[in-house]
Design a protein around this ligand. Structure first.
Ligand code: FES
Length: 111
């Protein structure tokens, strides 16, 4: 994202974490408004998806992240962290994906 846009972008985006707090293959859960989000870094890229599994109630931050595959801790559905798609059931509904960007040591998300 172009740095000259940050002034207007920050009106739409919410700061969620310092870049240094999210190492590669790490995940954190954040609350933005009423939405629980999962912020994850894999292969150097930061992604933001629903923090709660679309199958039943499970916090995905307690699951596993392997490359781009996010595994639910409860019934082990697998989602693609890049686009929220279901890779493996029992879940059949994709996760919502949120715009995220990283700049000047900060991670921002648009909900
Ligand atoms: S709650 Fe996630 S797969 Fe069932």
């Amino acid at each position: 994202m172009n740095s000259k846009n940050i002034q207007s972008e920050t009106e739409e985006y919410t700061f969620v974490a310092a870049s240094a707090s999210l190492e590669d293959e790490d995940m954190i859960e954040v609350l933005v408004g009423k939405e629980t989000l999962l912020i994850a870094r894999t292969n150097g890229n930061v992604h933001a998806v629903d923090g709660i599994c679309s199958h039943a109630y499970a916090e995905l931050v307690d699951g596993e992240l392997e490359d781009h595959c996010l595994y639910c801790p409860l019934h082990f559905a697998a989602f693609d962290i890049r686009d929220g798609s279901v890779l493996e059931g029992p879940a059949d509904t994709p996760l919502s994906v949120y715009e995220v960007f990283e700049q000047d040591g900060s991670i921002w998300v648009k909900v």
